[in-house]
Write a protein that binds this ligand. Structure first.
Ligand SMILES: Nc1nc2c(c(=O)[nH]1)N[C@H]1C(S)=C(S)[C@@H](COP(=O)(O)O)O[C@H]1N2
Ligand SMILES: [Mo]
Length: 527
């Protein structure tokens, strides 16, 4: 093995040690203080919007895994290079590790709600990496075939008389020893990295709020609006989305872990009567259960970033009424414990719709990924302007005074959900036998409601589809169409009309800045 290769491996191993040790320390200081997650979080909040959109487009809901893997890969390349440079100079090695430490520390302590202890994982990790690198490099150099005679440390005139008779370690034994120590060191470093990384993560998830969530007893369930018979059409997506299947979109690399016992919601800003309520107080409030279909503004035409669940929560309107917003406070900013914000029009939250401070999802306490212990759900608005998860603060302000998280990143401040429809069966590229084929799917225009869905085969006339009943205008509705399919290649299209009489536009638009438009279509081969 060449020396430079050994040095690169030493650098990599030292980086592994840094991350492994940091994960262990982060068990105590909180998951977001680990350098990998802290730096990843800074990247999430600062990448240019087009890059992030491309990331979501390419990796979808795996964008977080892709980001963490990418960060780890970059760090690996940096560490290997540092190992090689460190052969020349200790100073370079120390400076390189210090640079890593500064990045990690700054990222960790500037995260929302981070204390100074958030610096610890990176600092301890960096010291461990420095020691590991020094040890490994020394062994790597000693494992190197030394120039002839070098190992006997003779002076310019050759070995002194007396030394010749003294037993010396032969150069090759010396090399063997270095090689062995190098390999042992490498193995130990890998061990520290693996045990620290995996063990640290496991311990962190043990410390997570899983237990606190399991202990939650939801208040006695108020009546559930019945799902009408026939709401579920064969072949279409489930009318009610299970918690496990529900899409997840957020900027959190690790979902905030909030113990309900310490949770508080502060309602303040432009209000006459600021309020702070605890979890216990929230549970005392009148609760309702409502089916509401949540949709993400990033959903492409035909996409699946949409789901329908039964939410249990306290109407936010009552809380706002108690807080008494000032007349020109036109924006309700919701802030999550991790600093993420969104803003909804005050008028929308007070217009009588079922905007909820939700604590339950499909009969369970909110899953941690979906905002445990408390989140907002607002029928008719995209999630990025209304559905704050892990909510801890509500601030009444003006749209002209405050831009929420996505607004400076190129998204519209207002995000009413656009009327859309989707074909769920047949799938694009499917094959069917000639004869009657069931075409089915979903359509939504939350809070307005869908009044018609039409299907078009190739470029023929638009034919009305049968609308299934839905719980309310706040949920999606399923539809079906009996298609007399003839042999050949066909294109099926769908479009919906809402209760305002507006039919979906055919003009395709991408999700930014305020939601995709266009007709969903699938190609089907009939044989
Ligand atoms: N704290 C927090 N809440 C958030 C987000 C976020 O990034 N952070 N994303 C929003 C967006 S863009 C959407 S579409 C919905 C998605 O909710 P879900 O993950 O429960 O489906 O959450 C919203 N609430
Ligand atoms: Mo979203």
């Amino acid at each position: 093995m060449k020396l430079s290769l050994r040095a690169a491996l030493a650098g990599l191993a030292a980086a592994g040690v840094a991350l492994g040790v940091a994960e262990i320390v982060a068990v105590l200081t909180g998951p977001l203080s680990s350098p990998l997650f802290a730096v990843g979080g800074v990247v999430v909040d600062n990448v240019p919007a087009p890059v992030k959109d491309a990331g979501i487009a390419i990796f979808g809901t795996h964008d977080k895994t892709a980001l963490i893997s990418g960060t780890a890969l970059l760090l690996g390349a940096y560490a290997a290079l540092l190992g090689v440079l460190a052969l020349r100079s200790r100073v370079v090695a120390a400076a390189g590790i210090a640079l890593f430490a500064v990045l990690g520390v700054v990222a960790a302590v500037t995260r929302n709600d981070a204390g100074i202890t958030a610096a610890l994982p990176t600092l301890v990790g960096a010291v461990a990496a420095y020691l590991a690198l020094r040890h490994l490099l020394r062994a790597a150099v000693e494992a190197e075939p030394a120039p002839v005679g070098a190992a006997t440390t003779a002076g310019p005139g050759g070995p002194a008389e007396g030394e010749r008779s003294r037993p010396v370690v032969s150069p090759s034994a010396y090399r063997e020893d270095g090689r062995r120590r190098f390999l042992i060191g490498l193995g130990s470093a890998a061990g520290v990295a693996a045990v620290g990384g995996v063990g640290g993560r496991l311990l962190t998830s043990r410390r997570a709020v899983t237990a606190a969530r399991a202990a939650v007893v939801l208040p006695p369930a108020p009546p559930v609006p019945p799902v009408p018979a026939g709401a579920q059409v064969d072949g279409a997506t489930a009318y009610v989305t299970s918690n496990d299947d529900f899409y997840r979109i957020d900027t959190a690399l690790y979902p905030p872990q909030i113990d309900p016992a310490t949770w508080e919601l502060r309602i303040h800003g432009m209000v006459r009567n600021p309020i702070t309520i605890t979890w216990e107080q929230l549970l005392q409030r009148p609760m309702v259960q409502r089916y509401v279909t949540l949709a993400c503004v990033s959903n492409e035409v035909g996409g699946d970033l949409i789901g329908n669940a039964l939410w249990l929560g306290a109407p936010i309107k009552d809380l706002l009424d108690e807080a008494q917003p000032l007349p020109d406070a036109d924006q309700v900013v919701q802030r999550s414990s991790d600093g993420w914000t969104c803003g909804s029009p005050t008028a929308v939250l007070r217009d009588g719709r079922d905007a909820l401070l939700a604590i339950g999802m499909n009969g369970q306490p909110l899953p941690v990924r979906h905002g445990f212990p408390v989140r907002m759900v607002v029928p008719g608005l995209y999630g990025y302007v209304s559905a704050c998860k892990w909510i801890t603060e509500i601030e009444l302000t003006r749209f002209s005074d405050f831009d929420a998280y996505w607004v400076p990143r190129g998204w519209s401040a207002l995000g009413p959900i656009k009327t859309e429809s989707r074909i769920d069966t047949p799938r694009d590229g499917a094959k069917r036998k000639a004869g009657q084929v069931t075409v089915a799917g979903v359509a939504w225009a939350q809070h307005r409601g869908i009044t018609a869905v039409e299907v078009q085969v190739d470029n023929g006339p638009w034919a009305p589809a049968t609308l299934a009943p839905a719980v309310s205008a706040d949920t999606w509705v399923q539809w079906s169409y009996a298609w007399p399919a003839t042999a050949g290649e066909h294109t099926l299209r769908v479009r919906a009309t809402d209760s305002k009489g507006e039919t979906q536009t055919s003009t395709p638009a991408s999700p930014a800045p305020d939601g995709a438009t266009g007709w969903h279509s699938v190609r089907v081969t009939v044989g």
